[in-house]
Design a protein around this ligand. Structure first.
Ligand SMILES: C[S@@+](CC[C@H](N)C(=O)[O-])C[C@H]1O[C@@H](n2cnc3c(N)ncnc32)[C@H](O)[C@@H]1O
Length: 219
């Protein structure tokens, strides 16, 4: 089993790594051989949307996922998360010249079909609304709400991403997205298949009263 990165952030400002983060690490570890095979010979672009503390991107950097020849572009809407991302990569002795954290809504500023490996542990908890983006960096509590609350079925933010997945993902690209059971991931999987894409369940786990799963989507 690959080691989990060392993370120490201010969890009043950024999402504390939890069962969902660890399930994503396990899914990526399971996928390592197939990702290495697929991306061995090329310069790859990885985008983790919503990097939070930076645990997932740091894990990918430490283990050269998908290859040694990779540029990492973690994004987050929370400005504190980008600082934590850099600190976590530093603390784990990652080569930060391959790391370019960007403050961004989802993956909005990439060129079309540029991202080879996309990873997203979204705000997936069902709620009345997705909170508004706070106007000030100092509105600390509100940034954490954005990490959790996913609106109707917990799917509002994830659906925004799925709607532009075809535009973001490179022709050979793969996306790993985390769901809870209340997101109805089987229905999402059917929707993706209806586009003529592939959808595979990579990992699932009961976490307290939640069942979490990671799906892989690709053309
Ligand atoms: C559940 S946390 C996951 C954090 C980290 N990836 C992990 O696995 O521990 C969701 C993250 O998504 C970020 N986020 C929420 N909405 C976003 C958006 N529209 N664009 C980019 N990031 C967003 C939050 O700030 C938060 O850091």
């Amino acid at each position: 089993m690959l080691p989990t990165p060392y993370v120490s952030c201010d969890y009043n400002k950024v999402y504390e790594p939890s069962e969902d983060s660890f399930l994503l690490l396990d899914a990526l570890e399971k996928e390592l051989p197939s990702l290495e095979e697929k991306f061995a010979d090329k310069l790859s672009i990885v985008c983790e949307i919503g990097c939070g503390s930076g645990i997932v991107t740091t894990f990918m950097m430490q283990n050269c996922i998908p290859s040694k020849n990779t540029l990492y572009f973690p994004t987050d809407i929370n400005p504190w998360a980008l600082e934590s991302m850099r600190e976590t990569a530093d603390k784990n002795n990652c080569q930060t010249n391959y790391l370019n954290p960007i403050r961004m809504d989802l993956a909005g500023s990439f060129r079309p079909r540029e991202v080879d490996v996309l990873v997203f542990n979204p705000p997936y908890v069902p709620a009345h609304d997705v909170p508004n983006v706070p106007s000030h960096k100092s509105d600390i509590d509100q940034w954490l709400d954005l990490a959790l609350l996913g609106g109707d079925d917990g799917m509002v933010v994830t659906n925004r991403l799925l709607d532009c997945l075809d535009e973001i993902l490179a022709p050979e690209g793969v996306a790993y997205i985390l769901f809870c059971a209340r997101n109805k991931p089987e229905q999402v999987s059917e929707r993706i298949r209806s586009w003529g894409w592939n959808s595979e369940l990579i990992e699932h786990r009961k976490a307290g009263w939640e069942v979490l799963s990671v799906y892989k989507f690709y053309r």
